[in-house]
Design a protein around this ligand. Structure first.
Ligand SMILES: Cc1ncc(COP(=O)(O)O)c(C=O)c1O
Length: 360
């Protein structure tokens, strides 16, 4: 049977952090930077309600959610767009701005979906080198040409865990040509307690040429429900709303996101938990000459340069014990490192126990 010719993309498909190990029923997944403490009990309560009416379409405009977002983050509701994960917002931004031959500048070790969506719409992806696994403003500027339309970056960055300081981020915006859109992905912003850090939203909420990405998949613990949002000028948001699928954020996701925004205590608890265990695990691994980035988000990029063991050996050893980390050679092409998500107390203890056995 013949089918019409479809497009072929020269793209490495996204490989998510693994979540299964053959033959093992119980696994500990520390490979996808999900929330250690799950979702707020308030959010869980609302989506566990048996009387939910799911036969009707959800509110396509996510009105209530956008209102709650604007209250919580002191920003303008009309400059918010919600998506099925921030992932969908990245996709829409690429669809809206990029024509074939336009260029997008990305840090080499950046979140993979920027390059994937940019490639799909035919744009040319240009990589800027990092310095010591940290985004370099100078290297980004070097890669800018008259064809550059967008610079994407996550701050803090996944998978490196490093971040640009407030000063560096402001410097980047200043040095970039005014007509280039800077997209700052704040996916892990809530975890950040570092004094020299400021989120993209805090720095640029009134800048027409900056677009901010936020997600409920990380600290809010709603990864499976798929809900995130973008923040930009009214002009951009109105244009995005024309290409947005009509009912892109499902009703459960909207309800859970609204409730989780109201539970500040739970967020505070998650931040504390993350800091305590990130510190513990970082110094524990140091004893085995496994280095990592300065603490930032809810993950660490482990470096085996000084270790007697390779990242692969450690990864396989943990896998045998049912613990999955993110192999950074897949997709990111980072050698001899692994990305570890900070888990729940039990998961972290299990990880450290297993590590002790593997590393001797
Ligand atoms: C930097 C960054 N941005 C965006 C996302 C995607 O988030 P979402 O689940 O909202 O699509 C991730 C997920 O890992 C991420 O690390």
């Amino acid at each position: 049977m013949t089918v019409p010719k479809f497009k072929k993309f020269n793209i490495e498909a996204y490989k998510p952090g693994k979540s299964k190990i053959q033959k093992l029923k119980k696994i500990i997944k520390l490979s996808a930077n999900e929330s250690a403490l799950g979702m707020s009990p308030k959010a869980l309560k609302i989506i566990s309600n048996k009387k939910l009416k799911l036969e009707k379409y959800p509110d396509g405009k996510s009105e209530l959610l956008r209102k709650e977002i604007s209250k919580k983050y002191k920003c303008n509701k009309d400059k918010v767009i919600c998506g099925a994960g921030s992932d969908e917002v990245i996709q829409m931004i690429c669809q809206l701005f990029l024509n074939p031959k336009d260029e997008v500048v990305l840090p080499k070790y950046s979140f993979l979906m920027y390059r994937i969506y940019a490639n799909i719409v035919g744009a040319k992806v240009v990589f800027a080198k990092e310095t010591n696994y940290k985004i370099s403003v100078a290297e980004i500027i070097k890669k800018v040409t008259t064809r550059t339309k967008i610079v994407f970056l996550a701050n803090p960055n996944n998978p490196t865990g490093t971040y640009l300081t407030k000063k560096e981020l402001l410097e980047l915006r200043k040095k970039l040509n005014k007509n280039i859109l800077l997209v700052v992905d704040d996916a892990y912003a809530e975890y950040m307690k570092n004094k020299d850090y400021k989120s993209g939203l805090d720095l640029f909420r009134n800048k027409e040429n900056v677009f901010i990405l936020r997600t409920f998949s990380k600290i809010f613990g709603l990864a499976s429900l798929r809900v995130g949002w973008g923040y930009g000028s009214k002009k951009i948001i109105n244009a995005l709303n024309i290409i947005r699928p009509p009912f892109n954020v499902n009703q459960l996701a909207q309800m859970a996101a609204v409730e989780s925004l109201k539970d500040s205590k739970f967020i505070e608890k998650s931040i504390k938990h993350n800091l305590i265990f990130a510190k513990k695990i970082k110094s524990f691994l140091e004893e085995y000459q496994i280095g990592s980035n300065d603490i930032s988000a809810n993950f660490l990029l482990l470096d085996f340069k000084r270790s007697r063991y390779s990242a692969k050996f450690f990864y396989e050893g943990l896998k045998k014990k049912g613990i999955i980390l993110r192999a950074t050679e897949d997709g990111y092409h980072i050698k001899n490192k692994l990305r570890l998500t900070i888990g729940s107390k039990n998961e972290n203890l299990a990880f450290m126990n297993a590590a002790k056995t593997i590393l001797g």
